[in-house]
Design a protein around this ligand. Sequence first.
Ligand code: BES
Ligand code: ZN
Ligand code: ZN
Length: 494
Amino acid sequence: MEIHLDSEPYASMQADALVTYVFDREHNLDGALGEIDRAMNGRLSSLAASGELTGKSLETVLLHFPEGLRAERLLVVGAGKPDRFAAGTDLRKIAGTALRLLKPRGVKKMAFLAGQDERGPRAVEAIVEGLIAADFESDKYRSEKKNRAIDRVALVGFDASREVSEALDQARVIGESMNFARELINEPSNKLTPRMLAARAEAMAKEAGLAIEILDERKIAELKMGALIGVAQGSIEPPRVIVVRYTPTNPRPGSPVLGLIGKAVTFDTGGISIKPATNMEKMKYDMGGGATMLGAMRALAALKPSIPVVCVIPATENMPGGRAQKPGDVVVAMSGKTIEVINTDAEGRLILADAVFYARKLGCTHLIDAATLTGAIEVALANVHVGAFGAPRDYLDRFLESAKATGEKMWPMPIDDEYEEMIKSSIADIRNTGSGKGGGASTGAWFIKEFVDDTPWVHLDIASTCWIDEGRPWLAKGPTGIALRSIVDFALKL
Ligand code: BES
Ligand code: ZN
Ligand code: ZN
């Protein structure tokens, strides 16, 4: 899909479809709509007067062969009430909804017309990211593909500034990197074992110009990553630790080094604490955190932040094989801390324990981890917000600013000292599940913090937001690519 800026008058635009949006109760159509309405001899105003064109959020009106326009179709998408409109999120949804409505109708060339007040870089960024994300389909393993594609999108009437064209380029990189992550998340576990994930990471790194190192099971044993080894030993598939590095051309001495750590359990059966069969197939997406971090690295390679970034991804299956670790086992993490494994299904925190510690060994001064860590986060936040934990608080707050700026919903979650009490073990240093009632997402976070120590750190629990079971008008069902935009934005600003 090629996306470019254009400045032709709306009435003479040649396209399979013109797309624009209208606010709820917008009686006097202005901007693009006013121009189109005049070309169409007031047809749009009469549709608005008759109540067919309401402007209600994401309601669509599709007109064929609109009189007075050269385009074959006119699609008007509702933008909702103007006072509740946020360009960063709503333009994304509007553009995505338009693409997903027009693509199956055979539209090849679409033109998206700027609204009255939203002609700048932020609008273009949201529209371009929304279009690319909406274009993603999960049909890789279908014999009959839909074979419909929108080839060209013209963005018409936006500011002709350098900022706008830079925003377009940056949004393309971010949108495509999100889809790269989503493709990985979608892969079934027989098509994406830890070794295959490592190979995919290598191919990406090579293409993007990033340095990469894959630690195999021997190296992992040498480094004494006992918590990762404990999880991996139940599977016949060996684990891998994927290390990807971005180095700026002129690194400043003493600059922060950002560590991005992502959980990559390519399939989580629960291990000996086995999960029920219902929905277990979804545990192929338990590598969503790792995929997100690889996607973020792909984007950063192109966007070139001024600080070094090191990405560490522990990759393993969690299987109940004959050598599997058992509830009650004690493992020794790379840091030397001993862990009583109460529940083998709380494996994400175990592999992250060694990965965050290793990231610090590699010189990371600031950390972000992303993980499909707990079912408890769904209880707390449904599939609406990512649970964002972290310390110190101002570091977390800075990260939440990036989430806000990129239109990703995240909510700060508590990790007070009381949660620490809940992961004390009676026979080892810590246990891998909380002993108290509730607070499962917070005890999970505290467990990771044991290995983070005082390093500034953000932990994103994406268990309930990394995947949607039902499609949205602007997004296919399946992997969402959540958190990548915030992470990239944060890395560029740190
Ligand atoms: N991978 C799961 C968490 C998960 C649940 C991800 C639902 C996506 C959707 C994780 O490894 C897990 O099983 N966590 C347990 C922890 C518990 C045993 C303390 C959970 O949340 O039930
Ligand atoms: Zn688990
Ligand atoms: Zn898991």
